[in-house]
Design a binder for this molecule. Structure first.
Ligand code: DGP
Length: 112
């Protein structure tokens, strides 16, 4: 989608710090990190939210890549949190599916 921030990042029209990229999924550092490591795992295909993801394969690529990157960076040693905000009440601000991969500090439960 032409005006979508994450589509623009995928096309190189907006810069971002890439950690991983292939034809289906990319991983960038969040511009406003909420933990020492805060990555966004984003499918290249524009899908507005998790509620709009009809093909379960999308989760294979997002979750699979998130865990691969977490292992590659050693985040699995102390642990990490994965979050997919979906819709207004969850706090989703960018309407293009993305998974937050957070690590490097203790996280509270229940989440805020
Ligand atoms: P959410 O609130 O779940 O929709 O998360 C959107 C995240 O995207 C938020 O943590 C900030 C991040 N973000 C927004 N715009 C940009 C950008 O231009 N570059 C990067 N790297 N991250 C962005």
């Amino acid at each position: 989608m032409s005006e979508c921030i994450f589509c623009k990042i995928a096309k190189g029209e907006i810069s971002a710090e890439f950690v991983y990229k292939d034809e289906t999924v990319f991983v960038i550092r969040d511009v406003n990190p909420q933990a020492p490591t805060h990555l966004l795992v984003i499918p290249t295909q524009h899908i507005a939210s998790a509620a709009d993801a009809g093909d379960p394969e999308i989760w294979t690529s997002i979750m699979g890549r998130a865990v691969e990157v977490a292992r590659d960076l050693g985040l699995d040693k102390e642990g990490f949190r994965m979050v997919v905000n979906t819709g207004v009440q969850s706090g989703q601000t960018v309407p293009h599916i993305h998974l937050h991969l957070l690590s490097g500090r203790n996280f509270g439960w229940p989440p805020g």
